[in-house]
Design a protein around this ligand. Structure first.
Ligand code: AMP
Ligand code: MG
Length: 417
């Protein structure tokens, strides 16, 4: 096991140990945001029949070939067809049919002339009236063809595609009311630390509230997972091993925070090592180089550092991609943009640094302002940030005006910027 991994190595390692989960069937409404686990085919043509895109008059294009303002063509309205109805009669020479938006195009018609440009010569435009046209019309004008969007038997959503809200409607129009998608991972969140108390409790001296479990659970949920916050575990190796062992029987992925360094009471590394395979303990990033990963009973166990911002950044960079892979997504990188640093980033640390920052735009493009306080103990700074500005390894390119990559938080991977 190499001592310190680059972020990319660490991410590849984690991704290599997780796999797409099995398939479940959900109702089409619940398929928004999920990944189709099979090619989905329409049972009918969409649209099922040729229909009018306008309120107007249905006729044959050739009836109006000679129409002009000086010699308008006059036609008798023989019927009216509304949405939901079908006109099964014949449209003879000199006749047309009044038609409403969405109504089936009569078999004898090949175009629709909208109301607004049709003159009424006699009557009120309803059946029995005479209407006049002072210009020709184009074949298929204001007609939506049958099968315009899909034909019966066509694959309308491919395996691996992310279904969006419009896609839910599209699938409904294709008669697909149950959708096979990759299952959401069941994720356990375990916070480790003898100083931790529940948020409902006012901490006594030496204790602090457990905030990580909640931020990590919210992040896992936002990544699509089903989340369970397990009880707090004290800094005790055997207690931690018991909790992890139990969790491997019920969960697809286990996330811990705390006890990840080399302190006298840091036990996540020995716990994973003694229970299963330990693959990683250090990643060359700041905040949070102590990132532990392994498998216990074949279940991925990820030990995040305890400092809130370090835990959050570790989750974003290393756990979120894994949870997405398990759900069948193929893009793992959050959208990012290049932006000018608004101020000097004085950090001397040669590690790659993820600065909690705010991205905005000015006349020259994107500009990013790192938060003043980059302490890894702070969650509030992240609440007020919208991106992580990435300072490259080595220490250069960190002065005001340097162009750096900014990873946008809370924007799904599929968005292209
Ligand atoms: P550790 O990684 O256990 O050394 O913890 C580093 C720092 O993060 C310590 O100040 C801990 O008290 C704090 N910390 C650890 N776990 C949590 C948690 N679940 N919620 C809030 N702070 C935590
Ligand atoms: Mg601790």
């Amino acid at each position: 096991m190499p001592e310190m991994l680059a972020l990319e190595q660490a991410r590849d390692l984690v991704l290599s140990k997780v796999h797409k989960l099995d398939v479940e069937t959900v109702s089409v409404l619940d398929a928004a945001g999920r990944v189709a686990a099979a090619d989905l085919t329409s049972d009918i043509d969409v649209a099922p029949f040729a229909h009018s895109a306008m309120d107007g008059f249905a006729l044959r294009t050739e009836q109006l070939v000679a129409a002009c303002p000086d010699a308008p063509v006059k036609l008798r309205v023989i019927a009216e067809v509304a949405a939901g109805d079908v006109f099964e009669g014949v449209i003879a020479e000199g006749e047309c049919v009044r038609i409403m938006t969405g109504a089936s195009l009569p078999a004898d018609a090949d175009s629709v002339v909208k109301y607004e440009i049709v003159g009424v010569v006699e009557g009120d435009g309803l059946p029995g009236s005479i209407v006049s046209f002072d210009a020709p019309t184009k074949l298929g004008s204001n007609v939506r063809a049958a099968g315009e969007e899909a034909q019966a038997g066509d694959v309308v959503v491919k395996k691996g595609e992310v279904i969006n809200c419009a896609g839910v409607g599209f699938l409904a129009s294709c008669g697909i009311v149950e959708v096979p998608v990759y299952r959401r991972p069941n994720v356990a969140i375990i916070s480790i630390g003898s100083e931790l108390v529940d948020p409902t409790v006012v901490p006594t001296p030496g204790k602090i509230r457990n905030s990580n479990s909640y931020a990590l659970a919210a992040s896992a949920r936002a990544a699509g997972a089903k989340v369970t916050i397990l009880p707090l575990v004290k800094d005790d190796l055997e207690a931690l091993k018991d909790e992890i062992c139990g969790a491997t029987k019920r969960f697809d992925f286990i996330v811990t925070s705390g006890g990840a360094s080399d302190g006298d009471f840091d036990f996540i590394k020995p716990a994973v090592e003694q229970l299963g395979e330990l693959y990683m303990t250090l990643v060359n990033i700041r905040p949070g180089k102590a990132q532990t990963f392994g498998l216990v009973h074949d279940v991925p166990v990820f030990g995040l550092p305890g400092n809130p911002a370090a835990a959050y950044v570790g989750f974003e960079l290393l756990i979120r991609p894994a949870l997405r892979k398990m759900q069948g997504y193929s893009i793992f990188e959050r959208p990012h943009v290049m932006a000018r640093l608004a101020t000097d980033a004085k950090k001397k640390d040669p590690r790659r640094i993820y600065l909690r920052s705010t991205l905005s735009k000015d006349d020259e493009g994107y500009v990013v302002t790192p938060a003043q306080n980059q302490s890894s103990g702070l969650f509030g700074v992240l609440q007020r940030s919208n991106c992580l500005a990435v300072l490259p390894e080595g220490g250069s390119g960190r002065s005001a005006g340097s162009v750096v990559e900014c990873i946008l938080l809370d924007v799904p991977e599929e968005v292209c910027l």
